[in-house]
Design a protein around this ligand. Structure first.
Ligand code: NAD
Length: 247
């Protein structure tokens, strides 16, 4: 069995250190490099695949470096704007054999939650997302909430529903939170939490709740390892682990 060499960028972070442990424990994978802020990425320690869990401001440049080196990348860092994605697609055009997966959430349950929410979105005019995370999280709303809202918004548009209508009560302070893709999204930052999300759908006399909880960062690792194994079979840019899992 051939061994896949893996380097981790953001290796001493919360997700990166968990990813290093998961790679070391996985059959057929070898951890060859650990990189953090200020480290020269160079040839990425000879990796075939890089796992990238850094910070939104650094991720695009790190991924661009990997692509230029002809190395496949599994990206968990959030904060990828349409502009950054377009730049990455252009770069990948120059390296047609390289695969990059950007996954806002590697927990299989969260990927299923997003798929279920997308399915339900076509059936309810009223829908909201509540995402709850640890207080050190730098971005809000979370990448998972933004992606969920994007999938729900597209499903609603297809069903002719448009954006979720404003509540009839007045909201002079904008206290009901942000909107993403026409869906109201509420962000909670609380000690003790890891990563949690509820998607609520309401109609007269009923409510559907779809909820996923990551209690521990190990919940992300089966998805990360599956992605590391599959990324070279998917040249170009893929957004969302669901495309690798057939969900
Ligand atoms: P963290 O702050 O614990 O770790 C970030 C790491 O990145 C640190 O080790 C830091 O040294 C390193 N870093 C900073 N700048 C860098 C640079 N320029 N080059 C290389 N490394 C650099 O953060 P975290 O909690 O591990 O989260 C990392 C990212 O992963 C965040 O964007 C977070 O939202 C995201 N995340 C994704 C998932 C998912 O399933 N996709 C799950 C949880 C968190």
């Amino acid at each position: 069995m051939s061994v896949t060499k893996v380097s981790v960028i953001g290796a001493s972070g919360r997700m990166g250190s968990e990813a290093c442990r998961a790679v070391e424990a996985a059959d057929g994978l070898e951890l060859v490099g650990r990189f953090d802020m200020g480290d020269e990425l160079g040839d990425l320690a000879g990796a075939d695949v890089v796992v990238e869990f850094s910070v939104p401001d650094a991720s695009a440049a790190n991924v661009a470096h990997c692509v230029d080196q002809g190395v496949h990348v599994v990206v968990g860092t959030t904060g990828w704007s349409e502009g950054k994605l377009a730049d990455l697609r252009r770069r990948l055009d120059q390296h047609p054999d390289v695969g990059v997966l950007i996954a806002p959430n590697f927990a299989i349950g969260a990927v299923l939650m997003m798929a279920f929410a997308e399915k339900a979105a076509a059936f309810y005019e009223s829908a909201e997302v509540i995402e709850l995370h640890h207080p050190d999280k730098v971005d809000a709303p979370s990448g998972t909430a933004a992606r969920t809202a994007e999938l729900m918004g597209a499903a609603r548009e297809k069903a002719g529903l448009g954006t979720v209508p404003d509540a009839t009560t007045s909201d002079p302070d904008g206290a009901r939170g942000a909107r993403a893709h026409g869906i109201p999204v509420h962000s909670v930052r609380l000690r003790g939490l890891v990563a949690h999300q509820e998607v609520l759908f309401g109609a007269t006399g009923e409510m559907l709740t779809i909820r996923h909880d990551s209690f521990d960062r190990v919940s992300f690792m089966p998805g990360v390892i599956a992605a590391v194994r599959k990324v070279k079979e998917h040249p170009g840019l893929t957004v969302g682990l669901e495309h690798y899992l057939g969900i």
